[in-house]
Ligand binder design. Structure first.
Ligand SMILES: NC(=O)c1ccc[n+]([C@@H]2O[C@H](COP(=O)([O-])OP(=O)(O)OC[C@H]3O[C@@H](n4cnc5c(N)ncnc54)[C@H](O)[C@@H]3O)[C@@H](O)[C@H]2O)c1
Length: 284
């Protein structure tokens, strides 16, 4: 049976998560702080569903039915009927804490409140909500309609039933739902972020050519994309932020971003989005 899912923040992640929920048969109510972002988000969802039809992965009728289940609300008050809400707003602890406190007052007491945060403590968000037994992390990967993984983050405060329901929800989306304790970086970023820093360290210390570092890891370690190309794709700024968040969360400077990344950040060499990173790209 389809649920009613609220999505708060219809940016890159929120729009993708909305699309995934619609394709799984749920009704979606989208909320964004800005009317312009809300309109853009709804357009992105529609375009995403169109692409699925173009690729032959979704029937045109199913696309139309999915779009008919998508509505927008101006404020979180419009989420009163939701079974589950996924928050995908900016990565700012105070903003998320304030939003969850508000969500707890407007949603049903049995609703599940999920955050898509990459690096903020889910436990802290749960405490700020005043309804910690109903709060989980649902960490989707970008692009959400394509990447199979959802880390289902469990705090010590969540009710067993709410956590089990969140896990079942992620599985019902057709995702690889992986249970994951609430620790900095969860599972993937705890492993991947330092590995990418190590690739930068190897580059800086060996003087190897960046293209050769990437070719070597593809051909020798089976990586689908070289580590430096991957940093260019996710953004040097994002890699720096993720490294700093994990280092701070664990109190371990070994996770800090490599100095070469900080230089690139200062120079605005952020990767694909600026046209230059470890490699050069045509301007986006
Ligand atoms: N982009 C990624 O690769 C990625 C991957 C996994 C998780 N995340 C996490 O997902 C979250 C969203 O990231 P994103 O890249 O989609 O950001 P984004 O900037 O693309 O989108 C954020 C959206 O939230 C809206 N917003 C901001 N504050 C709001 C508020 N208080 N109430 C309602 N709407 C608000 C903005 O208008 C914007 O449309 C972050 O917590 C991020 O860490 C991002």
């Amino acid at each position: 049976m389809g649920m009613t899912v609220g999505i708060v923040g219809l940016g890159t992640m929120g729009a993708g998560i909305a699309q995934v929920c619609l394709e799984a048969g749920h009704a979606v109510v989208g909320v964004d702080g800005s009317a312009e972002a809300r309109a853009r988000g709804l357009e992105t969802v529609a375009r995403g569903l169109d692409r699925r039809v173009d690729k032959g992965r979704l029937e045109a009728d199913a696309r139309d039915a999915a779009l008919a289940r998508l509505t927008a609300a101006e404020a979180v008050a419009g989420l009163a009927e939701c079974d589950l809400v996924v928050e995908a707003i900016a990565e700012l602890p105070e903003a998320k804490h304030a939003l969850f406190a508000e969500l707890a007052t407007v949603t049903r007491p049995d609703a599940i409140l999920a955050t898509n945060t990459s690096a903020i403590s889910v436990t802290g968000i749960a405490e700020a909500s005043g309804r910690p037994g109903r709060v989980v992390g649902l960490h989707f990967f970008n692009p959400a309609p394509v990447m199979p993984l959802v880390e289902v983050v469990r705090t010590a405060l969540v009710e067993d039933e709410a956590y089990a329901a969140a896990l079942a929800f992620a599985e019902g989306l057709g995702k690889e739902a992986v249970p994951c304790p609430d620790t900095p970086g969860f599972i993937v970023n705890r492993i991947l972020v330092p590995m990418l820093n190590d690739a930068v360290r190897a580059l800086a210390e060996t003087g190897a050519d960046p293209a050769d570092v990437d070719r070597a890891m593809k051909a020798g370690a089976g990586w689908p994309m070289g580590p430096l190309a991957l940093i260019d794709l996710i953004g040097v700024d994002v890699q720096v932020h993720a490294s700093e968040a994990i280092a701070a969360g664990l109190g371990d400077a070994a996770y800090a971003p490599h100095p070469l990344l900080l230089e690139m950040l200062a120079e605005g060499r952020l990767g694909r989005k600026t046209g230059h990173g470890f490699h050069d790209y045509a301007r986006p």
